[in-house]
Design a binder for this molecule. Structure first.
Ligand SMILES: O=C(O)CCC(=O)C(=O)O
Length: 269
């Protein structure tokens, strides 16, 4: 790999600010991608009772309320120095990792992720999060690519959502249609090992996967350590999203220092 691939260009940083997402030139080294895919097989085997569509916190060895038995290997993948270098270009040198998820989108049965904003239920103040979306498989138009509404992050608005109880959805909080024009969406077509970065205010979603090809992605949530991950607020919000453990998430200071001086770096560990 060319070293410069792990560095965002000024044009890419400008695009992140303008559109709310970017796909850098970077690709994970083949050996890392292979290890991640092996770890994913292990994770699925160790957690056969948990639906593969949505697996919360594979980087945690202490099971959360979803009961996942995870592994440190995912923490290592999530904090890969190349990824952190690019993240630092977008959110600064003080970085806290507060979550990971695998959206597995299994072949033939992968569920839809409805249009939503992530930030609607994050106990982070001020609200900021950078998501790194890492493709473990090739993502095509047919197997449920992520779709972004470019520019929807601008203005830092959290738009109204409604609750849609539907077993065919990965999450039930759905952004009200009046806030965006789905015909303006951009599909995230990636090869396995490519990554994208998106802003917490971005409206995004993905359709179901009816193909023969799995579309799994490992997702990393990072916040600048100027922000406060408020566990007490998380416990309050957790009443609605109990399965997400927002009140007890362990925080990992991966770079720099806790600038806010408010983050509880012990809870959940
Ligand atoms: O991978 C998907 O289909 C959905 C991911 C998502 O909503 C997210 O990363 O916030």
């Amino acid at each position: 790999m060319n070293m410069s691939d792990a560095t965002l260009t000024n044009a890419q940083i400008a695009q992140y600010k303008d559109k709310g997402y970017i796909v850098p030139d970077y690709r994970l080294p083949k050996s890392m991608l292979q290890k991640m895919r092996q770890q994913y097989e292990t994770l699925l085997r160790d957690n056969a009772a948990i639906p593969a569509d949505f697996m919360l916190g594979p980087h945690l060895t202490k099971p959360g309320s979803q009961g996942i038995r995870g592994s440190n290997a995912w923490l290592e993948f999530a904090t890969n120095p190349d990824l952190m270098n690019m993240a630092a270009q977008l959110i600064g040198e003080n970085i806290i990792l507060w979550g990971t998820t695998i959206f597995g989108k299994p072949a033939k049965s992968g569920k839809e992720t409805p249009w939503h904003q992530d930030g609607d239920y994050y106990p982070i103040r001020p609200l900021e999060t950078l998501t790194i979306w890492i493709a473990l498989d090739d993502v095509t138009l047919d197997n449920g690519p992520m779709r972004f509404i470019p520019g929807s992050h601008k203005g830092k608005n959290l738009y109204s959502h409604h609750w849609q109880k539907n077993p065919d959805l990965t999450i039930n909080e759905v952004c009200d249609a009046k806030h965006f024009d789905a015909s303006k969406s951009e599909d995230l077509l990636l090869e396995a090992g490519q990554v994208s970065f998106h802003d917490v205010y971005m409206i995004h979603g993905s359709s179901a996967n009816h193909t023969e090809h799995r579309r799994a992605a490992f997702i990393v949530r990072l916040m600048p350590a100027d922000c406060h991950y408020d566990h007490a607020l998380g416990q309050e919000m957790g009443k609605k999203h109990a399965a997400h453990d927002y009140g007890y998430r362990p925080l990992f200071l991966v770079r720099g220092r806790d600038v806010s001086e408010k983050n509880d770096l012990l809870i959940g560990h």
